[in-house]
Design a protein around this ligand. Structure first.
Ligand code: ZN
Length: 645
């Protein structure tokens, strides 16, 4: 047997095993031939480009190189409902007449792009910002379902989703009981973005190919042909691939996928619908961030049932008690959920939640898991606490909520208030985390945010883990925080229901904390977005003597910011701007700060009064709303251009 024949045979067996899931030989037979190949390669010093020995994973890398994609990779616009999807289909029809659509599963993993030249895989990269990604060639080479060679001899970049099958995850976790992987999505992403390719190899990932970026192959003219091409290359193709022509057929396919999703051996987060014909795609073109010829349909947040084992009451900065449910651990949206919020005591009663009984738990992306309701009768009543679980003081019932009345001495309240004051969007005191606050309270008797400013480096040096430099940094950060802006300061004070946006509105309207303290509920409700509850909370806050005392002490230190209205010039002067999606070069707060520095105002939600929307990648409903209202939308490049003007 020649070396070429050995490699071809091993690759055929691997293809049968990994792609077709239909092995024709035993592992022993495979290993025997593999060992012969290794020996032969050693003797001859030759390793063919598609030799399976290239898949073991090379040396650990120091860092990821950057890879510029030959053609930009777009993210997809999203439809959250069949109504939105139907609108999209109609829009395509109006532009193109009757067309074919393809419907595929949207796998939930890490998108990668693989480059082939002259039939050989020459590189692989993560999506990154769509233009530049991280070079993960060595990692992706270890994935058996990515062919090292393909029959096509031109240049092409093919995109697929790197995934870990749920059965593989299960097997891995049974083999590593001490260090299990949390969920399949993170396991796949973590394996590909691991500097050690051997780790990638161990995780047994798959790549399911779905798109083509750059290509010089004029023979592939549609998604259907592309799908055939993937199969010819020996790649794994989408588990569901349908070519349909009506919205009804699209909907039926989505419903079918939705009804079966629980039985799939992989995670999915939706369905992708594309115009099949590539030439027609070009006619539709692109928006500044999405192709107009494709859309992702997202499934609703997932919901499961599990047992509610117990309830723990957490005390927040305003004294509010939040019930946290301890759950029988359950898989949800690819993560293991052990705790979920029950929101408040009113919800417990209304939803008839009981412990030792099954409950429905829901989680949508990024949102904390929530107990939705009881899934069966029976179980044990959840006692209504009659005193604060932290300090033992009495409780006050306000609407659906219970509050600890001991604002001054209840430890979790004190810690939460100080932590909030120091947080990024508040006074931004770098170096004071929640853990540090606990130390300050426990060891140094810090009681309120005003006490922070009495600390010296000598005090801090008494704390565990504090050396001169760290102590000095904290003192410096505190000194710096004296110059906080009014909006951040109001937010930092931690009034009930006053978020960063409301704080900004209050700052603009009243100009100083002294003026705000005098505001009546009637004046307050005239501000957009402030209702009776928020207004009453604000009025109440300034009636509490201990709050006024802290504000007076802070003022004595020099913290008494005034609203600066002076900078009303610059590119964004007089403009109300909404940021949506993620930008590549700026965080949202950085972009917001730039807009404000240039005379603009940042709003949280899109309404008629908004003048401009800056839209980054993966923008959601805000973008749709802006378009519906006819508000000007700009992308990151245009945003930067405005800054330069
Ligand atoms: Zn308490």
């Amino acid at each position: 047997m020649t070396m070429e024949e050995m490699v071809a045979q091993l690759n055929k067996w691997a293809y049968e095993y990994y792609v077709l899931d239909n092995p024709s030989v035993s592992d022993v037979q495979y290993d025997a031939l593999y060992d012969r190949l290794v020996l032969l390669e050693k003797q001859t010093g030759t390793v063919l480009p598609d030799s399976p020995t290239r898949r073991v994973g090379g040396e650990t890398l120091k860092n990821f190189e950057r890879h510029t994609h030959l053609k930009r990779l777009y993210s997809l616009d999203k439809a959250q409902s069949f109504g939105e999807l139907e609108d999209w289909v109609e829009k395509v029809r109006r532009a193109l007449g009757d067309v074919w659509f393809t419907v595929e599963i949207k796998y939930d993993g890490l998108t990668i792009s693989v480059t082939y030249r002259d039939g050989v895989m020459t590189g692989a990269a993560t999506r990154g910002n769509g233009v530049v990604g991280e070079d993960v060639t060595e990692q992706v080479k270890t994935i058996r379902t990515v062919p090292l060679t393909i029959p096509y001899k031109g240049v092409c970049e093919l995109q697929g989703e790197g995934i870990m099958r749920l059965s593989v995850l299960d097997k891995y976790n049974r083999a590593h009981p001490d260090d299990p992987l949390k969920n399949a999505r993170n396991a796949a992403a973590g394996a590909i973005r691991n500097l050690n390719p051997k780790v990638t190899a161990q995780r047994n990932l798959d790549v399911v190919f779905h798109s083509m970026g750059y290509n010089d192959n004029a023979d592939i003219r549609s998604q259907s042909q592309l799908n055939d091409f993937f199969a010819q290359c020996g790649m794994v193709t989408n588990y569901v691939f349908r070519r349909v022509s009506t919205f009804e057929e699209i909907k039926r396919t989505i419903e079918l996928i939705g009804s079966q999703r629980g039985s799939y051996d992989f995670l999915l987060d939706g369905v992708v619908i594309k115009v099949d014909d590539f030439a027609l795609r070009e006619q539709l073109g692109y928006t500044d961030k999405f192709p107009r010829w494709a859309i992702a349909y997202k499934f609703d947040a997932e919901q499961v049932t599990t047992k509610l084992c117990g309830v723990e009451w957490q005390v927040g900065r305003t004294g509010k008690l939040t019930p946290i449910g301890k759950l029988d651990p359950v898989e949800l949206c690819g993560a293991t959920i052990k705790r979920a919020t029950l929101n408040n005591y009113g919800d417990i009663v209304r939803k008839r939640l009981k412990t030792d009984a099954l409950v429905f738990v829901r989680r949508s992306n990024d949102v904390i898991p929530e107990v939705l309701g009881a899934a069966e009768n029976g179980g044990n009543e959840i006692d209504k606490p009659d005193k604060c679980p932290a300090c033992g003081c009495g409780l006050q019932e306000v609407g659906a909520n219970l509050y600890c009345v001991n604002a001054e001495h209840c430890l979790p309240q004190i810690v939460a208030r100080i932590t909030h004051y120091c947080s990024k969007n508040a006074c931004d005191v770098d170096g004071i985390s929640e853990k540090t606050v606990k130390l300050l309270v426990d060891e140094l008797g810090v009681h309120s945010v005003a006490d922070l400013y009495t600390l010296s480096t000598d005090d801090l040096l008494k704390l565990e883990g504090f050396k001169q430099k760290k102590a000095q940094n904290v003192i410096d950060a505190l000194n710096k925080s004296v110059h906080v802006s009014l909006a951040h300061y109001i937010y930092a004070l931690g009034l009930d229901n006053v978020g960063a946006v409301t704080a900004k509105d209050l700052a603009a309207r009243f100009g100083s904390v002294d003026e705000l303290a005098k505001a009546t509920a009637q004046q307050l409700v005239q501000i957009d977005g402030i209702g009776d509850v928020v207004a009453d909370g604000i009025v109440q806050y300034f009636r509490e003597p201990q709050n006024l005392e802290i504000i007076a002490r802070l003022k004595a230190i020099g913290i008494d910011p005034k609203y600066e209205n002076a900078v009303k010039q610059g590119a964004f002067a007089g403009k109300k701007v909404v940021l949506t999606g993620s930008l590549t070069k700026y965080t949202r707060s950085q972009a917001g700060a730039l807009i404000e520095q240039n005379g603009g105002e940042v709003a949280a939600t899109v309404s008629k009064s908004v003048n401009l929307v800056v839209s980054g990648a993966d923008a959601g409903s805000k973008l749709d709303k802006a378009r519906a209202l006819g508000i000007q939308v700009i992308d990151e490049a245009q945003f930067e251009q405005m800054l330069c003007e």
